[in-house]
Write a protein that binds this ligand. Structure first.
Ligand code: PLP
Length: 447
């Protein structure tokens, strides 16, 4: 309505005066106002309806305003909004039970945080105390969060301004077939060489110093590059061999995103710790956490865990998690995510790759896909440089927005990351818009 739009204009003015935004130069930034959101749609400040193919920051896995989850939050708010973390709370107990049941192997204990970054901080703290070893291995081309240690394990340019030399973090080259660091020409070669590199890193850095290895089960913001067959099993083997805690970061890849409850399930591996957030309750109330193995739990059976948060296991957040997981089960959303990837997104993106010379690579699973755009298929020169945008990419994104799509873009990539319960029809509409926007990208391909 006109009133909503007027309210949105006022909110925008106040935002520019008083709100300090994440990752932005505050001056030239012109954020989009969202007046409302429902299912896979959002309405912008002018009242335009946009199809959300980004799931915001790849977190609204069940779409916006799912009625079962909204009702559960309202019910919990009527009963008990908050309680200190040392007490027992029914929503928290049930959320922990459900998560323990869904995670693989013996990850039977859950420490709740407020989001992904603090989950990563605590996972590393647990690993260091469990092993008595300080160093952390992490991959380049990764994202693990914005707090001090989480951004230091991160392998993306957001780390650069936050690097500090005593973080104890050492980065290794990931297995990334499309831009192989190991000159691999086959998947098997990439697995073998990336694992050899990782083992060399462990030996050269000193296994006796390395307490943790953190790796996204499928790297998300860094490009949804699927680990080649055998790689994750190899990482599990190496971490076991050298007494290193293996932390699988499932903050973005978890809760059905790639067509399994956890992406690590694609490889039948049990890490020692899993970090989660985002999809656990679709972000309706801030929540994250660490799923902990029996062995690491034992370290803290008789020894106090030196860490905690006022809002650990917040009742509103946990009630939202319980309702989200139940809705996902009742409505078969994880199965649907797998089906959408196999039957619709994968085939559509492969057809686009065949048709558009600007598409260098498409890859993904479930509702977790990346389209990597290049100026030249032979040299694989990206359409925007690592760590930056480009006028060309901005035009592609602009073309998507003009088609009524809210996209997720990062450097030279467009990610197709819709809600797991998006309708087939809406998904096809979104993919058709992408197909059209790629014509714009094709215009930048070198002759
Ligand atoms: N880990 C991964 C893999 C992520 O994708 C993110 C956020 O995008 C984080 C950690 C940080 O989570 P948060 O932003 O909730 O702190």
């Amino acid at each position: 309505s006109a009133q909503d739009i007027a309210d949105g204009v006022r909110a925008h003015e106040l935002d520019r005066e008083h709100v300090f935004h994440s990752w932005q130069a505050q001056g030239p930034f012109t954020p989009m106002t969202i007046l409302k959101a429902e299912g896979s749609y959002v309405w912008d400040g002018e009242g335009n309806k946009l199809l959300d193919l980004s799931s915001q920051l790849v977190n609204t896995n069940i779409g916006h305003q799912h009625p079962k989850v909204v009702a559960a939050i309202q019910e919990q708010a009527g009963k008990l909004c908050t309680i200190a973390p040392q007490h027992v709370n029914d929503a928290r107990s049930e959320a922990a039970r459900l998560i323990a049941e869904l995670t693989p192997g013996d990850l039977n204990h859950v420490f709740f945080t407020n989001g992904g970054a603090d989950a990563v901080e605590h996972a590393i703290r647990m690993a260091r105390l469990h092993t008595g070893k300080h160093k952390v291995l992490a991959a380049y081309r990764s994202y693990h969060g914005g707090t001090q240690l989480a951004v230091n394990v991160t392998g993306d340019p957001r780390r650069f301004a936050n690097d500090h030399s005593d973080s104890g973090v050492v980065h290794f080259m990931p297995a990334y077939g499309y831009r192989s660091y190991f000159a691999s020409t086959t998947e098997a070669e990439e697995t073998e060489r990336a694992l050899r590199h990782l083992e060399d890193m462990i030996v050269l850095e000193g296994a006796s110093n390395i307490g943790a290895l953190i790796l996204e089960s499928i790297p998300g913001t860094a490009g949804i590059y699927m680990p080649p067959a055998g790689y994750m099993a190899g990482v599990r083997e190496l971490t076991r061999k050298y007494g290193i805690v293996f932390i699988a970061d499932e903050v973005m890849a978890g809760f059905g995103r790639s067509g399994k409850w956890f992406s690590i399930n694609h490889w039948d591996i049990t890490p020692d710790l899993i970090t989660f957030a985002k999809g656990v309750n679709s972000g309706y109330v801030p929540l994250g956490g660490v799923a902990i193995s029996d062995a690491i739990f034992e370290t803290f059976r008789d020894r106090a865990y030196p860490g905690g948060l006022t809002y650990s296991g917040h009742p509103l957040a946990c009630a939202a998690a319980v309702a989200t997981i139940e809705a996902m089960k009742e409505e078969g959303m994880v199965e649907n995510s797998a089906r959408l990837g196999e039957d619709i997104i994968g085939p559509a993106l492969r057809a686009m790759a065949a048709k558009h010379p600007s598409v260098g690579d498409v890859r993904g699973a479930g509702c977790f896909w990346a389209v990597e755009l290049v100026k030249n298929r032979e040299t694989r020169e990206p359409l925007a440089p690592y760590g930056g945008s480009s006028p060309e990419m901005n035009q592609v994104v602009g073309a998507l927005k003009a088609e009524g799509i809210l996209p997720f873009a990062n450097f030279n990539r467009i990610h197709v990351v819709p809600a797991l319960n998006i309708s087939d029809e809406d998904l096809l509409t979104g993919l058709a818009a992408l197909d059209k926007a790629l014509d714009v990208a094709d215009g930048f391909v070198e002759a």
